[in-house]
Design a protein around this ligand. Sequence first.
Ligand SMILES: Nc1ncnc2c1ncn2[C@@H]1O[C@H](COP(=O)(O)OP(=O)(O)OP(=O)(O)O)[C@@H](O)[C@H]1O
Ligand SMILES: [Zn+2]
Length: 843
Amino acid sequence: MSELLNFNYPPEPATDRVTLFADVILPLPLPKLYTYRIPYEMNDEVSVGVRVIVQFGAKKVLSCIVADIHENAPADYQAKYILDVLDDKPIITAPQLKLFKWIADYYMCTLGEVINAALPSALKLSSESRIQLHPHYNPEEDEIIFAPQEEKIIFALQNNQALTFTEVGNLLQIKSYHKFIKSLIQKEAIIIFEQVSDKFSPKVVKKVRIAEHFVQEEGMLEELFNQLTPQPKQLDVLLNYLQFVPVHQDINLNYRGIEKNALTNNPHLSASSINTLIKKGVLEQFDQIVSRFPMEHESQQLPMALSEHQLQAKDEILGLFKEKETVLLHGVTGSGKTEVYIDLIKHALDSGGQVLYLLPEIALTAQIVTRLMKVFGDKLGIYHSKFSDNERAEVWQGVLSGRFQVVIGVRSSIFLPFHDLSLVIVDEEHEPSYKQYDPAPRYNARETALMMAHLQGAKTLLGSATPSIESYYNCKTGRWGLVNMTKRFGEAKLPEIELVDTRREQQRKNMHSHFSAKLLNDIEERLKRHEQVILFQNRRGYAPFISCDECSWIPKCKFCAVSLSYHKFNNELRCHYCGYHERMPHDCPACGATTLRSMGFGTEKVEDELKLLLPEAEVQRMDLDTTKKKNSYQQIISDFESGRTNVLVGTQMVTKGLDFENVSLVGILNADTIINFPDFRAHERAYQLFVQVSGRAGRKGKPGSVIIQTRDPLQPIFNKVRSNDYQTLYEHEIEERMRFGYPPFTRMIRVTVKHVDDKTAENAAIVLAKDLTDRLGKQQVLGPEVPYIFKIRNLFLQEIHIKLPRETTNLKSAKGQIAQAIFNLKLLADFKGVRIVADVDPM
Ligand SMILES: Nc1ncnc2c1ncn2[C@@H]1O[C@H](COP(=O)(O)OP(=O)(O)OP(=O)(O)O)[C@@H](O)[C@H]1O
Ligand SMILES: [Zn+2]
């Protein structure tokens, strides 16, 4: 369209002007796009994918994304004008827009919800958005040229902590003030205000170097030495500098200088001489922003040389990519999949494409980032929720501009504006945490990544030591390629797995609280040998509930149908579903007795008790409670890596992907809750969890062992885990799935009906299930039923499960039917305020 306009140059008289309209995606759960009129003078600026500012409703002004441009005025309302254009280039790419539409369709939500989840808050602006000075901007020193309007904003910000957009508008007394805000952000003088405590403040170190003209000009350095000979202390400083920075070998080394600390902390150098040299202009001080990643990464290293097995796997993968879009790498724990990925990433970058490397959890990124950083240096972007909004916006822009060619990140990185993807890696592809439960879009990053790769003509490599049944089935049927790595890297062997029957041990009085004598003994032995131990317990907190010995009272959440967990470190009872918390009472509120007792155990109790039982253990815990701060993962992992701690206790965070060479023992404290989980995937999950956590032991030469504590050692799953027998597990599971009509043979959609009144929720669910049955058939609709946890956040829940046979269902039309049924139900007067959530491929 804009091309058409260019052909019309010179501009035609006003009466013949083409009036253009833009359909925009508002970051709100609206069922459709809204059409705005493009002011004539903005015709050239507005394009698909840019952000524009519009007024929505009576008061709200917000930024939204242009999805389409056309000449059709809306039939049923008067289009308002677009107020301002924020970007001169699209911040959302064409393939991305296609992907977002797919997500909205497939996962049954609105495009607005997808955009809302996708964009970092710093890119979502509204009249209430606020700006502040960039924490690193120094008006005294930084010589930036500002427009007069920008000066005005800066001046106002120096007197105020933050200004809202509306306030900026009032200040400048113009309507289109956004371009000045945008320009100031680009000049790094301001940032979008962040409430969160972890503000974007790059770390700055004070450095010094010899003033450039002394090194650049022939003979100047000698001259300097001659001049300083009468001042031996100053000469010392200079010589010391040259020891760190051998400028005489390579004058370019001077530019990077050294940290000023390196000189000032040296007791043999005189502080006043250092300052004199700076005053004289021999040394110059400068600030360097160091990377927020704790690594020197200027020096790029070559990837490790692949072993024969790894090379073979890599060749097989590349071979299969010639005919298939997707390959699954099934490699046992410690087989060195990461190095194969690194090699393939390098391969992809060499041919000029972008790469996305997905990981299921932040805990994992901490270690792998270090490995990737060594090889890819500044080309590597990192994306996860512990980054501030401004940092995430920076990665977003970096992917757009091509600064980051590889991105490593958790599930939300599938939203990034890739436009030239050639490879997507989904590591630990079996992980349920790739699925977002709440809020919409309830997407699975693995499936979305596959679609993203497909839309951009890229290849996808999924990797796991314990593939999901669905993925393996795709290989068996020939849709995907399969590559196996059956041996650990180097000489390392898979660990020996031993079961301890806790019921029997209890009878024999061999249990010390939750530790069997065997487990304690083995931990002690490892610590004596200066080896390390990982202990896994699938629950955080001290105890999952407490109870009164006298009257059996159990504290429950006020809003959810669950008992409150006891957290000892802050003496709190806490709901793990809604976050409600209260102080742990001293006496029983029901009968007044002082006999409150904690029941069951979580990671906090494991940590506590182990410290008492084995005082020589340096125990560190990794779970949701100890990883709230931005760098806590990094800290816990590096403490363990360096040996400062020797026992790591944790929830599922410690079970996968982590690579510590000194771990020779893994303990699973209670296997039973995992096996007995009521879900058709329970068996698969248990296998994955046990094999993965076991796989943390004995990864480098030293033989590893695993102790699994269970009350039921005859469970058949243990044999499969012990012999690492994925094939048998797969065959057993796939047969059951076929027999009972579960994925991959069906697609499931879970519809949850919620209401404050349980009767209303139940009635609504009955009516909805009836309508769904009429539309989809009796076989396809199960329920409604009351879920195990029947109330969350004060809403009573009812669930309907829909199973759609994979081969015979037209998925699109079935989803249309479901959406229609939900829409119709909400129109009924009886069910006002009923909330309905559809979750496609629930996990
Ligand atoms: N070619 C190589 N040269 C040197 N060391 C290697 C090589 N390949 C792998 N390793 C080392 O072997 C160990 C295991 O590798 P890696 O972590 O990649 O295994 P993995 O297959 O990802 O395991 P998991 O599934 O358990 O995460 C690591 O410490 C890694 O550094
Ligand atoms: Zn609650």
